[in-house]
Structures are given as C-alpha cells and as structure tokens.
Design a protein. Structure first.
Length: 303
C-alpha cells in the first residue's frame, strides 16, 4: 500500500461496462414514513453475533431495503458499485461492526436486491434522495462515515455537497470522481461501452443490464453536470485508487483515472490518497484488509 497525505461486480462483465458508463449524484427529496422491519441474516464475527435487520422504507413511491446492524452513535454506510446490491459488503460489514462498535448500514439501490425497480434513466439526484430518505427514516442525522465504491462515488459526491453536516467523513473506494469526467473523456467512455450496452439490451431484465441501460440514457449530460460537483472542505475523505483501475485495458484512460483521484485528493483539506497496490477495481474483494483499515481509521479520526 502507498499512503500519501495531501494538503490541499461486481463481475468483469458488469465492471467493463459499468465502470465505463456507470463510472455514475444531488437533490433532496421529501421522505415518507417507515414501512416495516424484519430480520435479515446473521453474521458471526469472532464469536460475537452481529444480526442485521431489514428495514423497508418508502420514498417517492418506491420501496428500498436498508440492512442495519445497530451499534453506538457512530454510523458507517456502505454503498456498492454499479450492478451490485448490499450483499457486496457481506464479508466486511460484520468485521466493521465488531472492530468499531458502530452502527453499520448497507442498502439496495433502486432496482437492485430487495428494492423496487424504478423505470426510466438512472438519476443521481434520485439516488441521493433515496439515501437521504432512508437515513432520515432510520433516525440517522449525524456522525456518518460514508463508504462508496465505483458508481456510488457519484452519489457520495452529491450527497456530501448537499448534506455535509450529516457526514463526519468518507472513504471513496476506486470511486467515480468529478475530475475524471471531462469533455474529452465522456465520449471515449460512451464509445467504449457501446458493444456491451447493445449486448445488455438483449437481456434487459437482468439487474446489472437494467442498470447499465438506465445509466446510458442521458449519460453525457449527466456527467458533464457531475464534473462540476464540489466536495465540501468540511468533510474529510480518504481516496483509495486501485493500481490497475477499472480501465486497465486502456493505458491512457487508466492514467486519467489515477490522475483524477490525485487531483481530487489535492483539491481540498483533510483528504488522503491511498493506492491499493496490485488491486483491480474490486478493491474491497482484492484488498479487504486495506479497505477495513482505512474505514476504521476514518471512523476513529473524528471520535
């Protein structure tokens, strides 16, 4: 691992397309009342049982699944990348709860896992509204460490811009970041992902394909807007970038990905750049030790 303090599905099929197109941000929407709570699955961590509970919340006419392991006043929210649901974090979530004592929340974005499908193009504003509504209905209003992988980086950036007081910090794991989505880069991403988009349209009911198709609608305009999003100086962030990047097949684009992570980390106070040596884009799977360490350090930094 290379750690440098600075001043100022995921299958490979989903990754190659969703890392190009859903490399995918944020208006606050009104929240609805809590719907129901049921038990999810049990995890064992060094002899101690951490039992997440499934909370179904309703927002903007659709239901969303939030899996909550209760803890102390600190909260860690884990947000998975494109095409992945909350199960992506099944190995890390119990360990984080055991090590930190924090409440750990994973959730299924619309159209994934136990959450309802929402027709039409994927909109980062809607995703931000869903996350905010879920936290509101769970009574989580502060001391949140937001951990976001890949496409979830767009939700994180827009959530932080709109709701900085909720966050005590963030860990952005090989995440989509605004500096990457330049007017030069966006057309390259669209062109490179076109064959996989065409293939996805042959099986549109597959959740990963459905997300790819919905993300492709309006991609250029959405990402030109995302390029202008500003991370608030009040929210410290750890930026983990993979050595291989999600664009390993294109040296030019891979270098731009790494450069964007460095630029983001240098752009404000309280940001740290960490390189996951030897890792693919799937850093939580390739280097779980590193991800755990950086999340736990970020949680501890403000308490």
């Amino acid at each position: 691992m290379s750690r440098t303090p600075l001043k100022r599905r995921s299958t490979s099929r989903v990754l190659s397309a969703l890392a190009l197109l859903t490399l995918t941000a944020g208006a606050l929407a009104a929240c609805d009342s809590n719907d129901s709570t049921t038990q999810h699955t049990a995890s064992q961590a060094t002899g101690r049982s951490a039992v997440p509970k499934l909370h179904i919340i309703t927002h903007d006419g659709h239901r969303l699944a939030f899996h909550v392991t209760p803890g102390n006043g600190r909260t860690i929210v884990l947000d998975s990348g494109g095409g992945e649901d909350s199960s992506y974090w099944k190995d890390l979530a119990p360990k984080l709860h055991e090590d930190t004592g924090a409440t750990v929340i994973t959730y299924d974005r619309a159209g994934l896992g136990k959450s309802d499908v929402v027709p039409g193009p994927w909109k980062v504003e809607s995703a931000v509204g869903d996350l905010k509504a879920g936290l509101d209905q769970l009574g989580v209003t502060k001391n949140v460490t937001l951990v976001s992988h890949s496409q979830a980086g767009e939700i994180a950036n827009c959530f932080a811009e709109d709701h900085p007081k909720i966050l005590s910090g963030a860990v952005l794991v090989d995440a989509n970041l605004p500096p990457f989505f330049t007017d030069e880069e966006i057309p390259r991403l669209v062109a490179a992902s076109r064959p996989q988009l065409d293939a996805a349209k042959k099986d549109p009911e597959d959740p990963a394909n459905r997300q790819l198709i919905s993300t492709a609608e309006g991609f250029a305009a959405a990402h030109r807007a995302f390029h202008k999003v500003t991370w608030p100086d009040s929210v410290p962030a750890t930026v983990i970038v993979s050595e291989k990047t999600p664009l390993d097949g294109s040296p030019v684009d891979a270098q731009r990905w790494r450069d964007a992570a460095a630029e983001f980390a240098q752009a404000g106070p309280g940001r740290t750049l960490v390189t996951a040596k030897g890792s693919s884009h799937e850093v939580p799977k390739d280097r779980p030790d590193l991800v755990l360490r950086e999340i736990e350090a970020r949680v501890a930094a403000r308490h």
